[in-house]
Design a protein around this ligand. Structure first.
Ligand code: PLP
Length: 396
């Protein structure tokens, strides 16, 4: 008898985005638009804050919940951005990334055999964390009605069982760019209250919103609607708002009992986010607003440029996204988005993410991250257009 790997681990599928990226890593001069990050470096004032923190001795362990000074800064952020009052000692936990916030939050809620409802197409990591927890992800695809994605309320009701523990949604959405309306938020909360579920709101793209007069205004958090006694969890990150993907700092806000448990579990997962990055994150919160506003302006212009280009391409239907930094065009007649992206990559050196990577409802589409510079986006759109024209001819 040889030792085996755990079933729950074997059940976790490979990321199809990574699979494509792995082909691209062996190639030169690829226009890489498959990952969710811009090619802008972290702003210099944040890097300098990290250097100062190292010099000042932030090289030791911190609390499992993160430095109290950062949690206080986050409480202040919620007061300023959302008019929400939080207890930094009981309701906020600093984590080593948004991903780790999601991981520890789901681990606090799921027992083996439980079910988790997930609005899809979605960033695949949520479903994989559910599988790693010996639980079952249940996809609820978001239908495209006209030019807006919706929530399929009937499908949600039909999917809730006595084993259902949570509902996970992402707003602004990766990959759809969809933003939950205030009515959506009310209904999601009501649904979770009625079924006794945790509502997990992935809000890591909250600052990337285009339907607002002032660039940088956040999408209203679910925490404005939920009371502090509601079973609500907000997942957050410094990655997208402050161009800090490689730093691995995030946080979660949750009902106090979950936040306390997540704090304790952190000890056994990563202990805490790196000390000096937490100090730099404090500076990002305090001084980052002008940079965010400028970034959102740049992203809005990139979005509009790519949208215009896509609308001129054959077979393409693409709703205008309200937030995040992705376009998710549907390609008429496309049944194998991975193969499409593989051929696009090999023939044109444009790297996009296949829609199939984002679960139910994703096949037939491709995801374009438009956070890159124009020097990258313009040739990428040009090559995609020419590839699609040829593809259209060959597919008839
Ligand atoms: C929807 C969503 N949630 C969470 C994350 C996690 O970001 P990070 O782990 O870098 O904080 C990402 C990253 O792509 C994402 O797309």
């Amino acid at each position: 008898m040889s030792a085996k790997l755990a079933q729950s681990v074997l059940a976790v599928p490979h990321s199809r985005i990574r699979e494509l990226a792995d082909i691209a890593f062996g190639m030169e001069d690829v226009l890489r638009l498959y990952f969710g990050e811009s090619n802008q470096p972290t702003p210099a004032f944040i890097k300098r804050a990290a250097a100062r923190a190292l010099d000042a001795g932030f090289t030791f362990y911190t609390e499992n919940a993160g430095l109290l000074s950062l949690r206080e800064a986050l409480a202040d952020y919620y007061r300023r951005m959302h008019g929400v009052s939080l207890d930094p000692r009981r309701e906020i936990v600093v984590t080593a990334s948004g991903l780790q916030a999601l991981n520890v939050a789901l681990r606090c809620v799921l027992d083996p055999g439980d079910e988790a409802l997930i609005l899809t197409p979605a960033w695949p990591n949520g479903a994989s964390i559910v599988s790693m927890s010996n639980a079952r992800p249940v996809a609820i695809p978001q239908p495209l009605c006209g030019d807006r994605y919706q929530i399929d309320w009937q499908a949600l009701e039909a999917a809730a069982t006595p084993r259902t523990r949570l509902l996970l949604y992402t707003s602004p959405s990766n990959p759809l760019g969809w933003v939950a309306t205030p009515e959506d938020q009310d209904r999601l909360l009501a649904f979770c209250r009625a079924h006794g579920l945790w509502l997990v709101a992935d809000e890591v793209y909250e600052r990337l919103w285009y339907e607002t007069e002032h660039p940088g205004t956040p999408v209203p958090s679910i925490l404005r609607k939920a009371t502090r006694d509601d079973a609500a969890i907000a997942i957050q990150s410094f990655s997208k708002s402050y161009c800090m993907t490689g730093w691995r700092v995030g946080w979660l806000v949750a009902r106090a009992d979950l936040a306390q448990k997540a704090t304790q579990l952190n000890e056994f997962i990563v202990s805490h986010a790196a000390s000096f990055t937490q100090k730099a994150a404090e500076t990002a919160l305090a001084e980052g607003e002008p940079e965010i506003a400028a970034m959102v302006e740049r992203l809005r212009s990139n979005r509009d440029y790519c949208l215009d280009a896509l609308k001129r391409m054959p077979r393409v239907t693409v709703p205008r996204p309200d937030g995040a930094f992705y376009l998710f065009p549907k390609i008429e007649g496309l049944s194998d988005s991975f193969e499409f992206c593989r051929r696009l990559l090999l023939q044109t050196r444009v790297g996009l993410a296949p829609g199939v990577a984002f679960g139910a409802g994703g096949e037939g589409s491709i995801r374009i991250c438009y956070a890159a510079d124009r020097e990258v986006l313009e040739p990428a759109m040009d090559r995609l257009g020419r590839f699609l024209a040829l593809y259209s001819e060959s597919e008839g």
